[in-house]
Write a new protein. Structure first.
Length: 149
């Protein structure tokens, strides 16, 4: 439901902002602003993307937690998609996601909702008894009286 509202609201907000800005500065300056924000956003995206990739590699090489640089990288990627979308509202959201304090705040909000389980060591279950077995083919002289059907 929220996704449907976003798909309807975002284009309406963008159209309203284009009309307002176009009415204040004109058509060509409005288009120049949109192109300029896309170029600036692309440059910032590239620089911050490389920084987060290096942080992610360092976390994987060491004993650090790679979840934070991985999520920051995903937010930077999303910011890039917003910045390449023409419009003032999406540019504002994209530039906000490029700010490290905004990403840190979003990371803490997301982390509160996620429960991480350590899958490297499975937890023992009390209703399971582990053991080993070996299948032995009977030779016909079964002294126990048990038979195979």
């Amino acid at each position: 439901m929220w996704l449907l509202i976003a798909f309807i609201a975002v284009p309406l907000i963008e159209i309203a902002l284009f009309i307002q800005v176009g009415g204040m500065v004109g058509v060509w300056p409005t288009l120049a602003i949109v192109v300029l924000t896309a170029l600036i956003g692309t440059a910032l995206l590239r620089r911050q993307g490389f920084q987060e990739m290096n942080r992610f590699r360092a976390a994987l090489a060491g004993t650090g937690d790679p979840s934070e640089p991985l999520l920051h990288g995903a937010m930077i990627l999303f910011a890039g998609a917003l910045l390449l979308t023409p419009g003032f509202f999406t540019d504002g959201l994209g530039f906000a996601l490029l700010l490290p304090p905004v990403r840190a705040w979003l990371f803490t909000q997301i982390r509160r909702r996620i429960v991480v389980h350590d899958m490297s060591r499975p937890q023992p279950r009390p209703d399971i008894i582990e053991g080993e077995y070996e299948a032995i083919e009977p030779d016909g002289n079964d002294p126990s009286g048990w038979t195979r059907h």
